[in-house]
Design a protein around this ligand. Structure first.
Ligand SMILES: Cc1ncc(COP(=O)(O)O)c(C=O)c1O
Length: 394
């Protein structure tokens, strides 16, 4: 057996992990094993919507852990019944929800449900229109749908059936629709691609095109949804109803959980045995999902996201004016904000981390601010002052 190299880690190097060892989280802060405190404006890449160690979520998980962890999808559990009813009601999609354990699994499910719906309707439509800069996860189907070349490299043959075109270009969509087109899949706000919101007219136009041509409008709200942009579902900000929406990340606040919610049209195509997931609907995940929703549905929660988001964006806009050579643009809304850097975004994110601020780099030299949605104005101001200190050194 060959000897491992001296610096080799026991985990396969799919991530550029910092050497920092995180041991504890509280609210918007993370603490490493040296006792250093970090203001977490990444939130595990838009995941810890309620911050770290939220007492209501911790209590719900602990209580459920003492009752029932797993019992297979051959049975209904109380937390499943409750969470499903609440999510369907909130989504205003009348078909139902399928639970899974991650964003990639949710998107793979969306792709399957699109094909299945068209198949059951007796149509030959199978192709899905997706967009440059879109990111839908790491499963083979997801990288086939996604627009990230690095994520795809070396994995051919990809899943066929996707037509990728420019984001926010309605004319390009019109030109791409053929009798084989089954659906359009997009993130209302592209996340990994660099925080690019869909133009409201674009999303409305997509809905109209879908209605005209019998296509399914599928929204990937894994990153931008679940409160992040100022409402539970980001489509509510746009006034556009999808046929299918995929959720993950914030829905479980860090507990592995994904959901696909559909309308009646899709429901009609779903029969027992056509899909499944051993851990989907897991009672621990359902209890956490209910606890997260309890907090988000409290009066004022989403207004807080919009208010602190606007405050943070105004501060970032001001910094951009001060340092136009380092930051060329601020994009996004709610608490999903991106800085288009003129500096190496990864290297700068490392400088920020050393100064005690965690952010998430995105494709194309972008730095994302996706803090816990409970962040206060004062905490957002702290983040901005650390950013300013680091920019001043350049
Ligand atoms: C928009 C979007 N869709 C899907 C995914 C995949 O989610 P997961 O990493 O939970 O599989 C991500 C992850 O970043 C995402 O941002």
């Amino acid at each position: 057996m060959s000897q491992p190299e001296p610096q080799q880690t026991p985990f396969l190097p799919v991530y550029r992990r910092a050497e920092t060892i995180m041991i504890r989280g509280e609210g918007v802060y993370l603490f490493d094993d040296q006792g250093k405190r970090y203001l977490d404006c990444s939130a595990g890449i838009a995941v810890n919507a309620l911050g770290h160690s939220h007492s209501h979520v911790v209590a719900a998980l602990q209580e459920q852990a003492g009752q029932l962890w797993h019992c297979s999808n051959n049975y209904t559990t109380r937390p499943l019944q409750l969470f499903a009813e609440r999510l369907v009601e909130q989504s205003r999609l009348d078909g139902g929800v399928f639970f899974c354990s991650s964003g990639a699994e949710a998107i793979d499910t969306v792709i399957k449900f699109v094909r299945r719906t068209q198949y059951v309707e007796g149509s030959k439509k199978q192709r899905i229109i997706t967009f440059h800069g879109g990111f839908h996860g790491r499963a083979l189907s997801c990288i086939s749908a996604g627009g990230n070349a690095t994520a795809r490299e070396g994995y051919a043959p990809l899943l066929p059936g996707f037509d990728q075109i420019a984001f926010n270009d309605l004319e390009a969509v019109k030109a791409t629709i053929t009798p084989e087109t089954a659906a359009i899949l997009l993130e209302p706000v592209q996340g990994e691609g660099g925080v690019y919101p869909a133009d409201p007219a674009f999303l409305k136009g997509l809905r109209e095109l879908c209605d005209t041509h019998g296509l399914l409008l599928c929204l990937d709200e894994v990153q931008c949804g679940y409160g992040r942009c100022g409402s539970l579902f980001t489509y509510d900000q746009y006034g556009v109803m999808p046929d299918i929406v995929a959720c993950a990340k914030g829905i479980g606040n860090g507990f592995p959980l994904g959901a696909v919610i559909t309308n009646q049209r899709v429901r009609k195509a779903i029969t027992p045995g056509c899909h499944g997931s051993t851990y989907g609907s897991n009672p621990l995940a359902m209890a956490v999902g209910n606890a997260v929703l309890d907090m988000m549905l409290k009066p004022g929660f989403f207004a807080h996201v919009s208010e602190v988001g606007a405050h943070l964006k105004a501060a970032l806009d001001a910094i951009q004016q001060e340092y136009p050579d380092s930051i060329s643009q601020v994009r996004g809304f709610g608490l999903m904000l991106g800085l288009q850097m003129q500096l190496d975004a990864r290297a700068f994110a490392t400088e920020l981390r050393e100064a005690g601020l965690l952010v998430a780099p995105a494709y194309g030299d972008v730095i994302r601010f996706t803090p816990p949605l409970i962040i206060t104005r004062e905490e957002a101001d702290q983040a901005v002052s650390i950013l300013r200190e680091c920019l001043a050194k350049h």
